[in-house]
Design a binder for this molecule. Structure first.
Ligand code: BG6
Length: 478
């Protein structure tokens, strides 16, 4: 379905001079503007409590778009975009009332690109400034720090805005490959028939990053991998992988099915979780320091930069099928994938051959990079003897669609402008995610070390043992 321009409204970015605004939000707005997907009328208001004039903000925005836009900006499109910008210097004492004069429409989409500690006070100010009416709010993760703070934040939001005006972002839902999971599962008839406990023996979902914590040491110390990735990105990918077919692709129908998976997802057993922390090592051929030596990190930090866990979904479809989730920074490579391993054949007709040793049928859904899907199976090696070998069929986005997918933030921003909640997290999903990880937040246990550039600590292998985690390149698969 082609996207069309959303209804007229102003767009407000609070925290417009920060890193998120420069790297993601302004470039996304530029690209939407270029593609005619912004409202026909209305301003883009950048607001921040910093000493900057209009010209300074325009320059900031130009530089942000030139540096981070996925499309090289053209002079004319840039001029059109910059003309819509208006900067408002927020005076903290004015509590958002200074936004009012910059608004030109009755409706506005307001993006809080600010540190999480500022979410609740700003939302309260928004109500007190009389700006709740006509406002839709986009709010970034982390949404709360644990179950009780998430509930409190939801209560604060709802004291000012109804749920239908709230768009909680999980940018993984803006990724093409995550959306394609829905099409793949429910747009084809051949996969859904083998998508259950009868056919599948285990599911692995990995979000591996080769990056470390970069300049975010201080933030990360308060967060760790479980709060940063597991409670949100990994659980969303898991929910879409495991959900029942929705009755429609309407936002509520879809979110109702996701929440059912999260409700059936059993709270984490700390005994089935491994928390790791990277030490110095080599990543992409470069020596890198250990986490405890990163700026802003305590020398004896116990924050995890890696987490692996065994989970179960107690539902009719998935009972007895283990779900293994894993994420880490400074791992061997950037790779996000879902690996579905199918049950063994009932009768080993090819005993004594390779078929005996490998999981024959496996599907790998590569979320990023090298986006695509492959299925492995065994084939007879040509020759007089009966010898079998695993082979694979591969679909690669790059080869099939010769176009670069839009940035997750562009799609999400457009949908929020359009009032479409499908790719946003509902309050019950976010709270259930926290409830599931809460036992480990309460009883984290010791953090174990792994070498930067590896696939994580050995203890994580013990979760699957005697089987190995399926890493890229293993078994000849992509
Ligand atoms: C963010 C996390 O939500 O996702 C970061 O806060 C992480 O720590 C990032 O690096 C990963 O996103 P992507 O799109 O690069 O997989």
């Amino acid at each position: 379905m082609a996207l069309s321009p959303p209804p007229d409204q102003d767009i407000v970015v609070v925290g417009a001079t920060g890193d998120l605004s420069a790297r993601k939000l302004l470039p996304a707005l530029y690209n939407l503007s270029h593609e005619g997907l912004l409202p026909g009328h209305g301003r883009i208001v950048g607001a921040a409590p910093v000493d900057l004039e209009q010209a300074g903000f325009t320059e900031f925005a130009r530089h942000a778009v030139e540096s981070f836009s996925r499309n090289r900006p053209t002079r004319s499109a840039m001029a059109v975009f910059l003309r819509r910008l208006q900067f408002v210097r927020l005076d903290p004492a004015a509590k958002l009332t200074d936004l009012r004069t910059a608004l030109t429409r009755e409706r506005r989409l307001l993006y809080l690109a600010v540190p999480p500690s500022a979410f609740a006070p700003l939302i309260t100010d928004l109500g007190a400034a009389g700006l709740a009416e006509g406002t839709s709010l986009i709010i970034e993760k982390p949404f709360g720090h644990d179950l009780s703070s998430a509930r409190k934040l939801n209560d604060t939001i709802h004291s000012v805005l109804p749920e239908q005006c709230v768009f909680r972002i999980d940018h993984y839902l803006g990724k093409e490959t995550v959306q394609n999971l829905l099409v793949f599962r429910f747009g084809n008839s051949i996969f859904e028939r083998v998508w259950d406990r009868d056919a599948i023996s285990r599911v692995e979902i990995t979000v591996a990053e080769s990056l470390g914590v970069e300049q975010r040491g201080e933030f990360y110390e308060q967060t760790g991998a479980i709060r940063d990735i597991v409670q949100n990105h990994l659980f969303q990918v898991l929910a879409i992988t495991a959900m029942e077919p929705p009755v429609s692709f309407d936002a509520e129908a879809l979110r109702n099915e996701k929440i059912k998976v999260l409700q059936a997802l059993q709270p984490l057993d700390p005994g089935h979780v491994v928390r790791g922390q990277y030490t110095a090592g080599t990543v992409d051929g470069k020596r890198v320091r250990g986490y405890r030596h990163e700026p802003g990190v305590a020398p004896r930090s116990e924050t995890e930069t890696f987490a692996a866990m065994r989970m179960s979904i107690d539902s009719w479809r998935w009972s007895g099928v283990p779900f293994f989730l894993r994420t880490g920074k400074r791992m061997a490579m950037r790779d996000t994938r879902i690996v579905i391993t199918f049950r063994d054949v009932p009768l080993h007709l090819f005993a004594g051959t390779d078929v005996d040793d490998v999981d024959c049928n496996r599907m790998i859904i590569r979320i990023q990079p090298d986006e695509g899907i492959s299925v492995s199976f065994v084939a007879k090696v040509p020759g007089a003897e009966v010898r079998v070998q695993p082979v694979s069929m591969n679909f690669a986005y790059g080869a099939s669609f010769k176009t670069s997918p839009p940035e997750a933030y562009e799609r999400l921003r457009h949908d929020a402008l359009d009032g479409d909640h499908t790719l946003f997290i509902r309050e019950d999903e976010v709270e259930r995610g926290w409830a599931v990880v809460q036992p480990v937040l309460d009883h984290p246990g010791a953090v174990v070390q792994y070498r930067a550039g590896s696939w994580g600590p050995d203890e994580a292998d013990a979760l699957l043992a005697p089987l190995p985690w399926h890493d890229p390149g293993e078994g000849g698969s992509p």
